[in-house]
Design a protein around this ligand. Structure first.
Ligand code: SF4
Ligand code: SF4
Length: 397
């Protein structure tokens, strides 16, 4: 075991074992380097992401039950801190906040003051799931990969320290394995942890992915990980892949959506969809925003804010005197087609990482995996009918 502060930083990749009690030292190490730790905690009947003052605020012993339109906390039979699937928030809410002041202006002083991008916070993101690691990678590409990087996102992202936690407890709405986004994590983290809470104790197998991660890990009491514990951690992650509650077809989604533009299924979805936009708010990759200008009543002070927007709002597609997408069916079709099809054209990957949040937090219980299955079923039935008709025509000749 390395007592805090006297060990040589581990080269990235060397795994060690950290006991759950030593999470307090991890908080101290991060705090000492100027990071504000953000991680999961229990609040208002859910596991949410919040600034944490200590390891004691982590959701030890809590899990979550999810289903279509359903999310409930449940007590676990062990003390796991990360034994829960995705909650209502993703890391988007930390790195790309729902509201950000872009600037403010005071008439009397003749002064314009820079907004939140001028002094970004330094966050340590504790407990980032593999699906959410992939989602952050997508946001990196969208918000910083082009010619116009988003200054608020870039400031927060550049300063962030990332502690990934591999998934050993998928939920009933999870399907990251079928999207190739989990449950293990390979890159993009400063530290990666796999939690084990069993008869041998509550501990984490931890590996550093960057020199900064190795530097922090050197301040946390640890011991070398032997073959047995590394195998045990790997098996827990492999087993999680086999326990995903849902799955998505691996291939052909982009073509399926592109070919389903006129599908009768959109009417069926529209009869259920409330166009509330919840699915876009909870989705870790939905990034659209709009701007709002506000002034005080005297007109002396004005502010410009950037706020999340949603392709489900009528104003979202407002162009030259009217909205382009006025019906519920066109808005749902736009959302799912962008996620699974045109995102490939735009960014070279799927826009869905299989976190399952849109399923759990849809008040109508609309399930993206089931809607895809329904579209595929209709396409296959139509194809079969066409083949049968062609066959009959051939026989009649
Ligand atoms: S699919 Fe569900 S969450 Fe999304 S807009 Fe429709 S009702 Fe709301
Ligand atoms: S579309 Fe749904 S399952 Fe896919 S990343 Fe967004 S919230 Fe998660």
């Amino acid at each position: 075991m390395h007592p805090r502060g006297d060990s040589v930083p581990q080269p990235p990749g060397d795994p060690v074992v950290v006991d759950a009690d030593a999470l307090a030292a991890l908080f101290l190490a991060l705090g000492g380097r100027g990071y504000t730790v953000v991680g999961p905690t229990v609040r208002d009947g859910a596991i949410v992401l919040a600034e944490l003052a200590s390891a004691a605020e982590l959701p030890f012993g809590w899990g979550a039950e999810t289903g279509a339109g359903r999310y409930r906390l449940r007590e676990r039979s062990d003390t796991a801190a990360f034994g829960h699937s995705a909650g209502p928030q993703s890391w988007k809410s930390v790195l790309h906040p729902a509201r950000a002041r872009l600037w403010s202006a005071d008439r009397a002083a003749g002064r314009v003051t820079a907004g939140e991008a001028a002094a970004p916070p330094r966050y340590a993101l504790l407990g980032v799931r593999p699906c959410d690691m992939r989602a952050i990678g997508i946001l990196d590409q969208v918000l910083t990969g082009g010619r116009q990087a988003d200054p608020v996102y870039r400031g927060r992202r550049d300063g962030a320290f990332v502690v990934a936690v591999e998934c050993t407890e998928p939920g009933a709405t999870c399907f990251c394995a079928s999207m190739g986004c989990g449950p293990g994590v390979e890159s993009g983290f400063d530290l990666a942890m796999t939690e084990l809470a069993d008869a041998a104790g509550h501990r984490f197998v931890v590996r550093a992915g960057t020199p900064a991660g190795a530097d922090v890990l050197a301040d946390v009491p640890s011991r070398a990980a032997d073959e047995a514990v590394i195998r045990r951690a790997g098996a827990a992650v492999d087993e999680a892949a086999s326990r995903m509650g849902r799955g998505m077809p691996a291939d052909g989604l982009a073509d399926l959506l592109a070919g389903s533009r006129e599908s009768p299924h959109w009417d069926d979805v529209a009869a259920r969809c409330l166009t509330c936009g919840n699915c876009t708010m909870v989705c870790p990759t939905c990034f659209c925003t709009t701007t709002e200008d506000v002034t005080d009543l005297s007109g002396e002070h004005a502010e410009r804010w950037r706020v999340w927007d949603s392709c489900y709002s009528l104003d979202f597609s407002y162009l030259h005197g009217g909205s382009v997408r006025t019906s519920g069916q066109s808005r749902y079709r736009q959302w799912i087609s962008h996620k699974l099809s045109t995102w490939h054209d735009q960014f070279g990957s799927s826009g869905c990482v299989g976190c399952g949040r849109c399923i759990a937090w849809c008040p109508a219980g609309i399930d993206i995996t089931q809607e895809v299955a329904a579209l595929a079923g209709l396409r296959d039935a139509e194809k079969a009918a066409q083949e049968k008709a062609a066959q009959q025509k051939g026989q009649e000749r």
